[in-house]
Design a protein around this ligand. Structure first.
Ligand code: S3P
Length: 166
């Protein structure tokens, strides 16, 4: 495969983690999730970090992860939090793949438990506005865009077929 790190970007709930994990397994590459890394190094959940420290602190944690990815990580499939591509110099970290989903699909996929893990997804009007604001940014930072609709298996197979064609 003609890429080093491959980073999945996209809005919250677009299936980045599940699809990236599936793709990593299929390609026998290491898998990392930026949110999971921050939660384990902080020893608390993302809602706790947002509530106790605020969003700027969380973005500073993401920045440390971005620097580490850019300098010390190779041949890895990375799932990023929905704001990572917005706030961090992500192009330095590897090849960027935007997993695209409509806002309606995202909302339909997320149950109450999944919603409760996402501080920026508490108010649906604000979430839609954020989605609309970010869409163009994901498009502009991504090297590739893949349709993330359907099941995890369907979206993952689409990604794998595309990567095969590179
Ligand atoms: C965020 C997305 C979340 C998580 C945090 C902030 C965002 O990750 O990083 O709640 O700014 O879009 P997911 O995209 O995995 O939900």
């Amino acid at each position: 495969m003609k890429f080093d790190n491959l980073l999945f970007v996209g809005f919250m709930g677009s299936g980045k983690s599940s699809v990236a994990r599936y793709v990593a397994k299929a390609l026998k590459r290491q898998f990392l999730d930026t949110d999971t890394m921050i939660e384990s190094s902080e020893g608390r959940t993302i809602p706790e970090i947002f509530a106790q420290e605020g969003e700027p602190y969380f973005r500073a944690c993401e920045k440390e992860v971005a620097t580490w990815l850019a300098h010390d990580v190779h041949n890895t499939i990375v799932s990023t939090g929905g704001g990572f591509a917005i706030f961090q110099p992500i192009c330095e970290c590897g090849t960027i793949l935007y997993l695209e989903s409509s806002f309606e699909e995202i909302v339909a996929r997320l149950n109450q438990n999944e919603l409760s893990k996402r501080p920026l997804l508490q108010d649906m009007d604000q979430a839609r506005a954020l989605f609309e604001k970010r869409q163009g940014i994901y498009e502009s930072v991504a090297h590739y865009r893949i349709d993330g609709s359907g099941s995890v298996t369907q979206a993952s197979q689409r990604v794998l077929a595309f990567l095969e064609s590179l």
